[in-house]
Design a protein around this ligand. Structure first.
Ligand SMILES: CC(C)(COP(=O)(O)OP(=O)(O)OC[C@H]1O[C@@H](n2cnc3c(N)ncnc32)[C@H](O)[C@@H]1OP(=O)(O)O)[C@@H](O)C(=O)NCCC(=O)NCCS
Length: 238
Protein backbone atom coordinates (compact mmCIF):
# COMPACT_ATOMS: atom_id res chain seq x y z
CA UNK A 1 0.00 0.00 0.00
CA UNK A 2 1.14 3.50 -0.75
CA UNK A 3 -0.04 7.00 0.09
CA UNK A 4 0.37 10.55 -1.20
CA UNK A 5 2.33 13.11 0.79
CA UNK A 6 3.50 16.65 0.06
CA UNK A 7 6.82 16.77 -1.79
CA UNK A 8 9.82 18.17 0.07
CA UNK A 9 12.87 19.89 -1.38
CA UNK A 10 14.88 16.85 -0.32
CA UNK A 11 12.54 14.50 -2.21
CA UNK A 12 13.21 16.59 -5.31
CA UNK A 13 16.92 15.87 -5.16
CA UNK A 14 16.17 12.13 -5.07
CA UNK A 15 13.82 12.60 -8.02
CA UNK A 16 16.55 14.45 -9.92
CA UNK A 17 18.83 11.40 -9.61
CA UNK A 18 16.05 8.99 -10.66
CA UNK A 19 15.09 11.23 -13.55
CA UNK A 20 18.56 11.21 -15.06
CA UNK A 21 18.35 7.42 -15.38
CA UNK A 22 15.36 7.48 -17.78
CA UNK A 23 15.96 10.34 -20.25
CA UNK A 24 14.19 8.43 -23.03
CA UNK A 25 10.88 8.82 -21.16
CA UNK A 26 11.15 12.56 -20.48
CA UNK A 27 9.67 15.52 -22.33
CA UNK A 28 12.80 17.49 -21.43
CA UNK A 29 15.70 15.05 -21.76
CA UNK A 30 18.45 17.39 -20.56
CA UNK A 31 20.22 17.04 -17.23
CA UNK A 32 19.06 19.29 -14.40
CA UNK A 33 21.42 20.82 -11.87
CA UNK A 34 20.45 20.84 -8.18
CA UNK A 35 19.72 24.54 -8.59
CA UNK A 36 17.42 24.02 -11.58
CA UNK A 37 15.53 21.31 -9.71
CA UNK A 38 15.12 23.49 -6.61
CA UNK A 39 13.93 26.40 -8.78
CA UNK A 40 11.32 24.09 -10.30
CA UNK A 41 10.29 22.99 -6.80
CA UNK A 42 9.91 26.59 -5.63
CA UNK A 43 8.35 28.07 -8.78
CA UNK A 44 6.07 25.23 -9.87
CA UNK A 45 5.52 22.56 -7.20
CA UNK A 46 5.07 25.02 -4.32
CA UNK A 47 3.19 27.57 -6.36
CA UNK A 48 -0.52 27.34 -5.61
CA UNK A 49 -1.29 29.13 -8.90
CA UNK A 50 0.76 26.80 -11.13
CA UNK A 51 -1.00 24.30 -13.37
CA UNK A 52 0.70 21.38 -11.64
CA UNK A 53 -0.23 19.21 -8.65
CA UNK A 54 2.58 16.83 -7.82
CA UNK A 55 2.90 14.47 -4.85
CA UNK A 56 5.45 12.29 -3.11
CA UNK A 57 4.59 8.58 -3.09
CA UNK A 58 5.36 6.74 0.16
CA UNK A 59 4.86 3.16 1.29
CA UNK A 60 2.95 2.76 4.57
CA UNK A 61 4.93 1.60 7.59
CA UNK A 62 4.02 -1.69 9.26
CA UNK A 63 5.40 -4.03 11.87
CA UNK A 64 5.74 -7.80 12.06
CA UNK A 65 5.42 -9.38 15.51
CA UNK A 66 8.43 -11.52 16.45
CA UNK A 67 9.45 -13.47 19.55
CA UNK A 68 11.55 -10.51 20.64
CA UNK A 69 8.83 -7.92 20.04
CA UNK A 70 8.38 -6.66 16.51
CA UNK A 71 10.33 -5.93 13.35
CA UNK A 72 9.50 -2.49 12.03
CA UNK A 73 9.24 -1.76 8.33
CA UNK A 74 9.34 2.00 7.99
CA UNK A 75 7.69 4.04 5.27
CA UNK A 76 9.85 4.73 2.24
CA UNK A 77 9.78 7.43 -0.40
CA UNK A 78 9.27 5.39 -3.58
CA UNK A 79 8.24 7.78 -6.32
CA UNK A 80 6.66 10.99 -7.42
CA UNK A 81 4.17 12.36 -9.90
CA UNK A 82 0.72 13.76 -10.27
CA UNK A 83 -1.08 16.07 -12.65
CA UNK A 84 0.30 18.81 -14.85
CA UNK A 85 -0.90 21.05 -17.65
CA UNK A 86 -4.12 21.40 -15.67
CA UNK A 87 -6.75 23.20 -17.69
CA UNK A 88 -9.47 24.33 -15.31
CA UNK A 89 -11.60 25.69 -18.15
CA UNK A 90 -11.65 22.37 -20.00
CA UNK A 91 -11.52 20.17 -16.92
CA UNK A 92 -8.52 18.11 -17.94
CA UNK A 93 -4.90 17.50 -16.98
CA UNK A 94 -1.95 15.34 -17.98
CA UNK A 95 -0.74 12.50 -15.75
CA UNK A 96 2.93 12.04 -14.87
CA UNK A 97 4.65 9.30 -12.86
CA UNK A 98 8.13 8.18 -11.85
CA UNK A 99 8.76 5.21 -9.56
CA UNK A 100 12.29 4.88 -8.16
CA UNK A 101 14.27 2.15 -9.96
CA UNK A 102 14.63 -0.07 -6.90
CA UNK A 103 10.87 0.02 -6.25
CA UNK A 104 9.54 -0.92 -9.69
CA UNK A 105 7.66 -4.14 -10.37
CA UNK A 106 5.73 -4.16 -7.06
CA UNK A 107 2.44 -2.75 -8.27
CA UNK A 108 3.23 0.73 -6.91
CA UNK A 109 2.93 2.34 -10.35
CA UNK A 110 -0.60 1.02 -10.77
CA UNK A 111 -1.55 2.12 -7.26
CA UNK A 112 -0.10 5.58 -7.89
CA UNK A 113 -2.17 6.06 -11.05
CA UNK A 114 -5.34 5.25 -9.08
CA UNK A 115 -4.40 7.75 -6.38
CA UNK A 116 -3.69 10.49 -8.94
CA UNK A 117 -6.96 9.80 -10.76
CA UNK A 118 -8.74 9.92 -7.39
CA UNK A 119 -7.32 13.40 -6.84
CA UNK A 120 -8.40 14.48 -10.33
CA UNK A 121 -11.96 13.16 -10.23
CA UNK A 122 -12.85 13.28 -6.54
CA UNK A 123 -11.05 16.40 -5.39
CA UNK A 124 -10.25 18.64 -8.36
CA UNK A 125 -13.52 18.15 -10.25
CA UNK A 126 -11.72 17.31 -13.51
CA UNK A 127 -13.51 15.67 -16.39
CA UNK A 128 -10.67 13.65 -17.92
CA UNK A 129 -6.99 12.89 -17.47
CA UNK A 130 -4.76 12.24 -20.46
CA UNK A 131 -1.23 10.99 -20.85
CA UNK A 132 1.45 10.46 -23.44
CA UNK A 133 4.16 7.80 -23.30
CA UNK A 134 6.85 7.50 -25.95
CA UNK A 135 7.17 4.10 -27.53
CA UNK A 136 10.84 3.99 -26.54
CA UNK A 137 9.48 4.06 -22.94
CA UNK A 138 7.19 1.83 -20.84
CA UNK A 139 4.01 2.49 -22.86
CA UNK A 140 2.75 -1.06 -22.22
CA UNK A 141 2.41 -0.16 -18.53
CA UNK A 142 -0.17 2.48 -19.49
CA UNK A 143 -1.77 0.20 -22.02
CA UNK A 144 -2.39 -2.41 -19.31
CA UNK A 145 -4.09 0.19 -17.15
CA UNK A 146 -6.25 1.37 -20.06
CA UNK A 147 -7.11 -2.24 -20.65
CA UNK A 148 -8.32 -2.63 -17.06
CA UNK A 149 -10.07 0.76 -17.11
CA UNK A 150 -12.07 0.19 -20.30
CA UNK A 151 -12.38 -3.58 -20.21
CA UNK A 152 -12.27 -6.30 -22.86
CA UNK A 153 -8.74 -5.49 -23.97
CA UNK A 154 -8.19 -2.15 -25.58
CA UNK A 155 -5.09 -3.04 -27.54
CA UNK A 156 -4.67 -6.03 -29.77
CA UNK A 157 -2.76 -4.23 -32.46
CA UNK A 158 -2.74 -0.78 -33.96
CA UNK A 159 -5.95 -1.52 -35.90
CA UNK A 160 -8.02 -2.25 -32.80
CA UNK A 161 -7.34 0.65 -30.47
CA UNK A 162 -10.34 2.16 -28.69
CA UNK A 163 -11.57 5.77 -28.74
CA UNK A 164 -9.51 6.61 -25.67
CA UNK A 165 -6.10 5.78 -27.06
CA UNK A 166 -4.11 6.75 -30.12
CA UNK A 167 -0.63 6.64 -31.58
CA UNK A 168 0.93 9.96 -32.51
CA UNK A 169 3.78 9.87 -35.03
CA UNK A 170 7.35 11.01 -34.42
CA UNK A 171 6.88 12.54 -30.98
CA UNK A 172 10.28 11.70 -29.54
CA UNK A 173 13.78 11.85 -30.95
CA UNK A 174 16.03 9.49 -29.04
CA UNK A 175 19.35 7.85 -29.89
CA UNK A 176 19.13 8.86 -33.52
CA UNK A 177 15.55 7.69 -34.13
CA UNK A 178 12.12 9.23 -34.04
CA UNK A 179 9.59 7.34 -31.93
CA UNK A 180 5.80 7.50 -31.99
CA UNK A 181 3.91 7.99 -28.76
CA UNK A 182 1.01 6.22 -27.10
CA UNK A 183 -1.63 8.82 -26.18
CA UNK A 184 -4.51 7.95 -23.86
CA UNK A 185 -7.35 9.37 -21.79
CA UNK A 186 -8.95 8.26 -18.54
CA UNK A 187 -12.53 9.36 -17.97
CA UNK A 188 -14.27 9.31 -14.61
CA UNK A 189 -16.15 6.17 -15.65
CA UNK A 190 -12.93 4.41 -16.63
CA UNK A 191 -11.42 5.40 -13.28
CA UNK A 192 -14.38 3.85 -11.50
CA UNK A 193 -13.93 0.68 -13.58
CA UNK A 194 -10.26 0.62 -12.63
CA UNK A 195 -11.16 0.88 -8.95
CA UNK A 196 -13.67 -1.95 -9.35
CA UNK A 197 -11.32 -4.19 -11.29
CA UNK A 198 -12.18 -7.51 -9.69
CA UNK A 199 -8.83 -9.20 -9.94
CA UNK A 200 -7.21 -6.30 -8.16
CA UNK A 201 -9.94 -6.11 -5.53
CA UNK A 202 -9.47 -9.79 -4.72
CA UNK A 203 -5.72 -9.39 -4.56
CA UNK A 204 -6.05 -6.42 -2.25
CA UNK A 205 -8.54 -8.19 0.01
CA UNK A 206 -6.27 -11.23 0.27
CA UNK A 207 -3.22 -9.10 0.90
CA UNK A 208 -5.10 -7.13 3.53
CA UNK A 209 -6.18 -10.26 5.39
CA UNK A 210 -2.69 -11.71 5.25
CA UNK A 211 -1.24 -8.41 6.33
CA UNK A 212 -3.49 -8.17 9.37
CA UNK A 213 -2.99 -11.81 10.28
CA UNK A 214 0.77 -11.73 9.92
CA UNK A 215 1.75 -8.13 10.54
CA UNK A 216 -0.97 -6.72 12.77
CA UNK A 217 -2.10 -3.12 12.43
CA UNK A 218 -0.15 -0.40 10.67
CA UNK A 219 1.94 1.35 13.26
CA UNK A 220 1.23 5.08 13.13
CA UNK A 221 4.09 5.94 15.42
CA UNK A 222 6.49 4.22 13.03
CA UNK A 223 4.82 5.96 10.10
CA UNK A 224 5.22 9.36 11.74
CA UNK A 225 8.79 8.81 12.74
CA UNK A 226 9.89 7.51 9.37
CA UNK A 227 8.05 10.16 7.42
CA UNK A 228 10.75 12.66 8.26
CA UNK A 229 13.11 13.71 5.53
CA UNK A 230 16.06 12.39 7.60
CA UNK A 231 14.93 8.92 6.77
CA UNK A 232 15.37 9.42 3.04
CA UNK A 233 19.11 9.54 3.56
CA UNK A 234 18.81 6.53 5.86
CA UNK A 235 17.19 4.29 3.28
CA UNK A 236 19.93 4.90 0.76
CA UNK A 237 17.80 6.23 -2.11
CA UNK A 238 20.28 9.01 -2.71
C1 LIG B 1 6.49 2.85 -15.81
C2 LIG B 1 6.56 2.74 -14.29
C3 LIG B 1 5.79 3.91 -13.68
C4 LIG B 1 5.91 1.42 -13.86
O1 LIG B 1 5.90 1.37 -12.44
P1 LIG B 1 5.88 -0.05 -11.66
O2 LIG B 1 5.65 0.23 -10.22
O3 LIG B 1 7.10 -0.82 -12.02
O4 LIG B 1 4.61 -0.73 -12.33
P2 LIG B 1 3.65 -1.85 -11.66
O5 LIG B 1 4.50 -2.78 -10.87
O6 LIG B 1 2.52 -1.18 -10.99
O7 LIG B 1 3.12 -2.60 -12.98
C5 LIG B 1 1.75 -2.66 -13.35
C6 LIG B 1 1.63 -3.51 -14.59
O8 LIG B 1 2.34 -2.91 -15.68
C7 LIG B 1 3.32 -3.82 -16.19
N1 LIG B 1 4.51 -3.04 -16.53
C8 LIG B 1 5.22 -2.22 -15.75
N2 LIG B 1 6.25 -1.68 -16.43
C9 LIG B 1 6.19 -2.22 -17.67
C10 LIG B 1 6.98 -2.08 -18.84
N3 LIG B 1 8.07 -1.28 -18.86
N4 LIG B 1 6.62 -2.76 -19.96
C11 LIG B 1 5.54 -3.57 -19.96
N5 LIG B 1 4.74 -3.75 -18.86
C12 LIG B 1 5.07 -3.08 -17.75
C13 LIG B 1 3.60 -4.77 -15.04
O9 LIG B 1 4.08 -6.00 -15.51
C14 LIG B 1 2.23 -4.90 -14.42
O10 LIG B 1 1.46 -5.79 -15.20
P3 LIG B 1 0.39 -6.80 -14.54
O11 LIG B 1 -0.67 -5.92 -13.93
O12 LIG B 1 -0.09 -7.60 -15.67
O13 LIG B 1 1.14 -7.54 -13.49
C15 LIG B 1 8.04 2.72 -13.80
O14 LIG B 1 8.73 1.72 -14.49
C16 LIG B 1 8.77 4.03 -14.00
O15 LIG B 1 8.62 4.94 -13.20
N6 LIG B 1 9.58 4.12 -15.06
C17 LIG B 1 10.42 5.27 -15.31
C18 LIG B 1 9.64 6.55 -15.52
C19 LIG B 1 8.61 6.42 -16.61
O16 LIG B 1 8.85 5.84 -17.66
N7 LIG B 1 7.43 6.98 -16.35
C20 LIG B 1 6.36 6.99 -17.29
C21 LIG B 1 6.63 8.00 -18.33
S1 LIG B 1 5.33 8.00 -19.53
Amino acid sequence: MIELRPLTAENMETVRVWRHQVPETLRTPYMLTKGMQQDYYRDVICNRESHTRYFALWTIAYKVPTKRGADHYPAEFIGYGGLENISWENGNAEISLLIGPEYRGNGYGREAVKLFLGEAFNKMRLHSVYGECYMCGPWLFWNRLLDAAYGNGTFEGVDSICDNEAFLPCRKYWNGNHYDSYYFTFTRQSYENLMRDTSERNEQADTGKEHEAVHGQTDDSVRDRCGTSDYIHGCGIE
